[in-house]
Design a protein around this ligand. Structure first.
Ligand SMILES: [Fe+2]
Ligand SMILES: [Fe+2]
Length: 191
């Protein structure tokens, strides 16, 4: 049957492909290049975020949110150096690559500061959402990168990226708690 032939043909070419990629160095594969690009993107993003969080801390109203931004900034600095370890584990030099998404998210936070009044809980409520958008971008990125590291058997990189991922998730939850426990209700009372 022609169908069987085709299936046979496919599996033969598939086997050939595997052989060819095995003879290639892992570092030369398009997937590895994409993985490295993703790391460079986050290396840039974490660095840009350190500066943005300084401003967000300064402009936030409540003590609680100021502290959360301050803590998040030191966590972000830590992520930046953890990424250096990831590069090192792969035998690569750390390198930043402009991350348009993070630049955009930071711009959005700056616009919130411009568009809300200083000293209001409305500003805090809006800044929390801006910060959570950043966290979700980081969660998506590190989740995907950790998964790729696992697939490509970069054990150390997988472990380090997984650690960062967990911290991003915790920060996101903390921001939700701060919003729910005080800020959103107080913001609602403002006129
Ligand atoms: Fe981070
Ligand atoms: Fe973060």
């Amino acid at each position: 049957m022609p169908q069987t032939k085709e299936t046979k043909k496919k599996s033969t070419s598939g086997a050939k492909k595997t052989k060819a990629s095995e003879s290639k160095k892992m570092e030369e594969t398009p997937l590895h290049e994409f993985f490295l690009d993703g790391l460079k993107d986050m290396y840039y993003a974490e660095n840009a975020l350190v500066e943005a969080l300084k401003k967000m801390e300064k402009e936030a109203t409540s003590k609680e949110l100021k502290k959360a931004f301050k803590d998040h900034r030191s966590q972000t600095e830590k992520h930046y150096s953890t990424l250096e370890k990831v590069f090192k584990s792969l035998g690569e030099e750390p390198e930043e690559k402009k991350c348009k998404a993070m630049d955009g998210l930071i711009k959005e936070a700056e616009e919130i500061i411009k568009d809300t009044d200083a000293g209001t809980m409305t500003r805090d409520a809006a800044l929390i959402i801006a910060a959570q958008k950043v966290e979700h971008y980081e969660i998506a990125s590190y989740g995907g990168l950790a998964q790729l590291a696992k697939t490509m058997e970069h054990t150390k990189a997988k472990e380090l990226l997984g650690q960062i991922l967990e911290e991003e998730k915790q920060t996101d939850m903390l921001l939700t708690e701060i919003a729910e426990n005080a800020i959103n209700n107080e913001a609602e009372e403002e006129e």
